[in-house]
Design a protein around this ligand. Structure first.
Ligand SMILES: [Zn+2]
Ligand SMILES: [Zn+2]
Ligand SMILES: [Zn+2]
Ligand SMILES: [Zn+2]
Length: 277
């Protein structure tokens, strides 16, 4: 990766342009070779830290120095009594009686080999482990929720299939009830039909014979015949009167249960608690 060119800050302020090679972490300035040499020569700046410009790529030396309590002030001191950085206003306000207040540069001596660095490093390392665990856990959770979704969808489909099967069974049961009832009613109606057919034959026969005797027989023959069939005819009429009210009048009808309006839902889907491993 080609590193991009950074310009020297002091030169830029003088409207010159030169490439920066060094960076002063105290001044927060990038310096060209000339300016870096000049910087090192100034007694006041002798304690400043110059690093290669390449070190600053992707890093920042720009640390927040503004006091948390006093926006317009910078941290300049360290109070050992309270273990905290403080500004001049802090000293005047809340640390007036504190015994051990040092300028930051003094308090910072030996920081790179101090226990504070060790403690903070340990804390960071353990936090890193915790966040890594958290990250892995959340990744697992994402996968497991996706798997749960697939499982739940399968269960819904299975439930639907079970309902279908159950409905098939109920439908078949209903159909066979229709068959049975239809057979029972049809049997009665069939008997009545056969009976009506027989009656019709008997009466047709009498009718034919009346015609036959009227056309071909003597009057005495017709007379005798008419008198003998008269009682048959009145018997038939009386029997018809008796039978008609008792004829099979039943029919079939289907009355569905109102399942559709009762079934408001298929079931419920909800979040359930599962513990973080
Ligand atoms: Zn400097
Ligand atoms: Zn310069
Ligand atoms: Zn302050
Ligand atoms: Zn203090």
């Amino acid at each position: 990766m080609a590193s991009k060119i950074v310009m020297c800050d002091p030169c830029s302020r003088l409207n010159k342009s030169s490439e920066g090679f060094k960076y002063c972490t105290d001044c927060e300035d990038t310096l060209c070779t000339d300016c870096a040499a000049l910087h090192s020569a100034v007694k006041l700046l002798a304690s400043h830290h110059l690093v290669d410009v390449s070190v600053t790529t992707g890093n920042t030396f720009n640390i927040k120095k503004v006091c948390n309590d006093h926006e317009d002030m910078c941290y300049e001191f360290y109070c050992s009594d309270h273990d905290c950085l403080i500004c001049r206003t802090c000293i005047a306000n809340t640390h007036r009686t504190c015994g051990k207040i040092q300028p930051i540069e003094v308090a910072a001596k030996g920081c790179k080999s101090s226990s504070i660095l060790e403690d903070v490093s340990k804390d960071i390392a353990s936090l890193l482990i915790s966040t890594k665990t958290l990250l892995e856990d959340r990744q697992k959770k994402k996968i497991s929720v996706r798997q749960s979704k697939a499982k739940v969808l399968k269960e819904i489909a299975k439930f639907r299939q079970d309902i279908n099967d159950h409905l098939d069974q109920l439908e078949n049961k209903c159909r066979s009830e229709v068959d049975i009832l239809e057979r029972i009613i049809s049997q009665t109606v069939g008997n009545e039909l056969a009976d009506a057919d027989k009656r019709q034959h008997v009466i047709q026969e009498i009718w034919q014979q009346v015609g036959f005797f009227t056309k071909n027989g003597s009057e005495s023959q017709l007379f005798i015949f008419l008198n003998t069939v008269r009682s048959d005819i009145s018997r038939q009429a009386a029997s018809l009167q008796d039978i008609i009210p008792s004829l099979e009048t039943n029919d079939l009808e289907f009355e569905p249960l109102d399942l559709i309006s009762v079934m408001k839902s298929f079931g419920s889907v909800k979040k359930v608690l599962s513990h973080v491993q």
